[in-house]
Design a protein around this ligand. Structure first.
Ligand code: NAG
Ligand code: NAG
Length: 412
């Protein structure tokens, strides 16, 4: 438990000449026999606090009265040793001290005790109470891993939760404080209070324009300075972050890579389309299917998990850089094996195929029969003579050449 209070009067001597413990309270008012010790004290939220009523005898009978003016009271609230305790907020102990079993934010305020000591002298105590809560270690959320030189970049958001009072966040580069100048360095701060506990969440988003040709691995950190009312360690530091700095690269080639290669999958298969550009900072990527924009959030990867007939088509991606220049990739086709003509047309195609084959077969048979008849006619017309016979023999030796020649000349 906490014990905070001024010096106790030494029995048999003048109170304000007692040796005082450190830090000594400031006695700033002397009036006809009254001594007022004024003290600024701080107490941690949730912990008990005991305030000493200076000059009061340790045991009853006592002449003393506590008066408090805090966030819980309307004007002054009076507590006496004989009175009941004030709910669970505060009560006067048998030795005259005031106990607050669990200090809350609403207990901030002024506490006064007026007691008459054994020598009949009135002694006043005066306390100004400030409460505090030490927040968790601040951290940098959404830290940037890469920064582009010459343009503003979000470096990260420094966040501290659960502190009271709020405290102040500050950013450091290579250990030196970064002072927001609205140009190269800017900071957006936000402070919220938890509706139930009243504790603060503070955050500070750092945006910075790294100089071209500057350090390639700058080290950023953030720190929270606690309010002076909190004792002990006054500053809490985050772990540092070390993004790498890139020089900007113009938007030139835009390539679309399809996986599996060729963009052909079995029905229900997955296709991954990746839009690649060397531009820095990374441009925004939008997607087109058969020339029309797809209503999806910008992303460099388009994943089609279960490809169906409706997903078939020509895909392309459009990269847009920060200067609003755009470039489109070559189109890439996504198709499904066995679905080129759509499911309804498959049967028709099969029937047509079979019919076609039959017609061709019939034609071939017809041609063969026709050729054979022609040959028979010729043999009947021309009585075999010697040169003819020679020719016929030659024909028999080169049957293929002869047939092609014949079909070229006398096709159906
Ligand atoms: C207590 O704090 C107030 C302001 O918060 C200041 O004016 C005063 O001097 C302080 N008193 C002591 C004794 O430190
Ligand atoms: C009064 O009693 C409380 C609780 O027993 C104790 O913490 C405190 O130190 C006492 N005060 C004085 C002035 O002795």
């Amino acid at each position: 438990s906490y014990f905070i209070g001024g010096p106790q009067p030494c029995p048999g001597s003048v109170p304000y000449l007692c040796p005082s413990p450190s830090p000594p309270p400031t006695y700033h008012a002397f009036s006809l026999g009254a001594v007022v010790g004024s003290q600024n004290i701080s107490a941690r939220i949730g912990e008990p606090l005991v305030l000493t009523c200076k000059g009061a005898p340790r045991k009853p009978p006592q002449q003393l009265e506590w008066k408090l003016n805090t966030g819980r009271t309307e004007a002054w609230k009076v507590l006496s040793p004989e009175g009941d305790s004030w709910e669970s907020v505060a009560r006067v102990l048998p030795n005259g001290s005031l106990l607050l079993p669990a200090v809350g934010i609403q207990d901030e305020g002024t506490f006064r005790c007026r007691a008459t000591n054994r020598h009949g002298k009135e002694i006043k105590s005066n306390y100004r109470l400030r409460v505090y809560q030490i927040p968790g270690k601040p951290e940098i959320v959404d830290p940037a891993s890469e920064l582009i030189a010459g343009i503003p970049n979000k470096v990260g958001t420094c966040l501290s939760e659960g502190g009271y009072p709020a405290g102040t966040l500050s950013w450091h580069l290579h250990g030196k404080a970064l002072v927001p100048d609205g140009k190269g360095v800017s900071v957006r701060e936000e402070t919220r209070r938890h509706p139930d506990t009243g504790l603060f969440t503070v955050q500070s988003e750092l945006t910075m324009t790294p100089a071209r040709g500057g350090p390639l691995n700058p080290t950023f950190s953030c720190s929270l300075s606690l309010s002076p009312s909190a004792p002990g360690r006054r500053v809490l530091h985050t772990a540092p972050i070390q993004p790498s700095v890139w020089e900007p690269l113009p938007l030139e080639e835009v390539q679309l890579v399809v996986e599996p290669e060729g963009g052909t999958v079995a029905p229900g298969g997955a296709v991954t389309l990746t839009c690649e550009t060397s531009a820095q900072p990374p441009p925004q990527i939008h997607w087109l299917k058969d020339g029309s924009p797809l209503a999806i959030a910008p992303s460099s990867v388009l994943f089609l998990p279960e490809v169906g007939a409706q997903d078939q088509g020509i895909y392309s991606c459009v990269a847009t850089d920060q200067g609003h220049r755009s470039k489109e990739s070559p189109g890439v086709s996504v198709s499904i094996i066995g679905l080129e003509e759509g499911p309804g047309l498959g049967l028709v195609a099969l029937v047509l195929g079979v019919l076609g084959s039959l017609v061709i077969a019939a034609l071939l048979v017809g041609i063969l029969l026709w050729k054979r008849q022609q040959r028979l006619h010729r043999e009947e017309r021309k009585v075999p003579e010697c040169p003819e016979e020679e020719e016929q023999r030659a024909e028999l030796n080169q049957p293929e050449e002869q047939e092609t020649a014949e079909s070229n000349v006398g096709g159906p």
